[in-house]
Design a protein around this ligand. Structure first.
Ligand code: HEC
Length: 142
């Protein structure tokens, strides 16, 4: 009985950690992705060539958002900050300074709901394994 209760609480927590992706508008996310993100991150989420090596100005190219990249390694809060505040500010809030990020801030043009629709669209391309890993990263932050 106790074990069952503990397990159901765990399940509730895991589901909760994912709540920001529930009921998202994937079609709207795909459209916004095509408009605002695809020119750097690729029309099919493939990223820019040689994205693991910095360019002449020291910034890294845009990584893929499909499973070959590392988007699914990051908690939802990090992905949202990266999208809305830009790479530099997202890293600075987490104590990483002196790093030049090529990821611009979209907080002026996109709402948090827009950004979550885009991220949900990106997430929909991942395997269940990657989705679970990303959800675990996000716990308890959500
Ligand atoms: C001008 C090119 C450009 C555009 C447009 C752009 N990005 Fe990026 N993005 C980058 C670069 C470059 C990086 C790598 C940043 C770094 O090295 O810190 C990045 C990194 C990211 C990351 C963190 C890395 C990862 O895979 O988790 C996220 C999340 C992200 N971008 C989301 C978006 C979203 C969502 C959009 C559209 C709203 C978008 N980007 C549009 C260039 C761009």
């Amino acid at each position: 009985m106790r074990l069952a209760l503990a397990l159901s609480l765990c399940a509730a927590t895991a589901a909760q950690a994912d709540h920001r992706f529930e009921g998202r508008d994937l079609a709207a996310g795909a459209k916004l992705y095509a408009e605002y993100c695809a020119n750097c991150h690729g029309t099919v989420l493939e990223g820019q060539p040689d994205w693991r090596s910095p360019g002449p100005d020291g910034t890294y190219p845009a990584p893929p958002h499909d499973e070959s990249g590392h988007t699914w390694h990051h908690a939802t809060g990090v992905l949202l900050d990266y999208t809305l505040k830009g790479g530099q500010a997202a890293l600075a809030t987490r104590g990483v300074t002196g790093f030049r990020s090529g990821m611009p801030a979209f907080g002026e043009v996109l709402s948090e709901a827009d950004a979550l629709d885009i991220l949900a669209f990106i997430r929909s391309s991942w395997s269940e394994r990657a989705k679970t890993a990303q959800r675990q990263q996000s716990h308890p932050e959500g």
